[in-house]
Design a protein around this ligand. Structure first.
Ligand SMILES: [Zn+2]
Length: 248
């Protein structure tokens, strides 16, 4: 890290930390309707932080669900653009009895911040917001930077696809940097280059409509469990590669 950046970070460390703690105090639980106004409060706070960090513009953009926050700092349209993706919503904190501190009252223990969202994803995307601030305030920008901080990641991003399709030009970028990940350790800053996806289906196999115990009644019948086991086993080959036609 350049010494100028380090100096700026050290000089502003307390403010950076306090701003992040304020963000963590907002119970932006996307899965619960009673937190709808907290979601808006959090989106406003994210927008404000982007503007204060040096974005030329930042706005709260409506979706069919919780809003997304967009911000950008364009230094030269001819230069490459980095799009930072993150999310400001958090998982519901229940069961509360398992918390040693209230989930929306950040507590620092051994230099680590404990609060709902501190490690997923408020802490991480805020780090990128502060990185932008350091770059803008020390005149170090070499690329354009855009931010898309959504509010529905924890409920499966049901409106993100539509939002992205409707805002292709706005979100156009050369590189996407996802804040929603982790480092190997404090000593090993890391960049994840790929993550698992998620796909699920529900299969129902029905067999005899009544109990067929030992004996001859009902004749020879396949057991639905065996059929299901065969179906599941046939999804992968001996090297664990997926065998479903057309699967990418
Ligand atoms: Zn996340």
């Amino acid at each position: 890290m350049s010494q100028v950046w380090k100096d700026y970070q050290e000089k502003n460390n307390d403010r950076f930390l306090n701003e992040m703690l304020d963000l963590l105090r907002i119970p932006s639980v996307s899965a619960k309707t009673e937190h709808k106004s907290d979601m808006l409060t959090c989106a406003e706070a994210v927008k404000k932080s982007l503007l204060e960090a040096g974005c030329d513009k930042a706005e709260i953009m409506a979706t069919d669900g919780h809003p997304a926050v967009y911000g950008e700092k364009i230094i030269d349209p001819a230069k490459p653009t980095v799009l930072v993706y993150g999310h400001y919503d958090v998982q519901p904190p229940e069961p509360l009895e398992l918390w040693t501190n209230p989930p929306f009252e950040p507590t620092i223990v051994d230099g680590k911040v404990f609060a709902r969202g501190s490690a997923d994803d408020k802490g991480q995307f805020y780090m990128h917001v502060k990185a932008l601030e350091i770059l803008t305030k020390t005149n170090s920008m070499t690329t354009n930077i855009k931010f898309l901080i959504e509010g529905e990641e924890e409920i499966g991003s049901p409106n993100l696809g539509k939002f992205v399709a409707a805002n292709k030009e706005l979100l156009k970028a050369d590189v996407i940097l996802i804040s929603d990940s982790s480092m190997l350790s404090m000593e090993n800053p890391s960049l994840d280059t790929g993550v698992r996806g998620l796909s699920y289906i529900q299969v129902e196999v029905t067999g005899a409509n009544r109990d067929l115990h030992s004996g001859t009644y009902g004749g020879a019948v396949a057991n639905p469990i065996t059929i299901l086991a065969q179906m599941i086993a046939s999804c992968h080959d001996e090297n664990n590669h997926i065998t479903i036609p057309g699967f990418l």
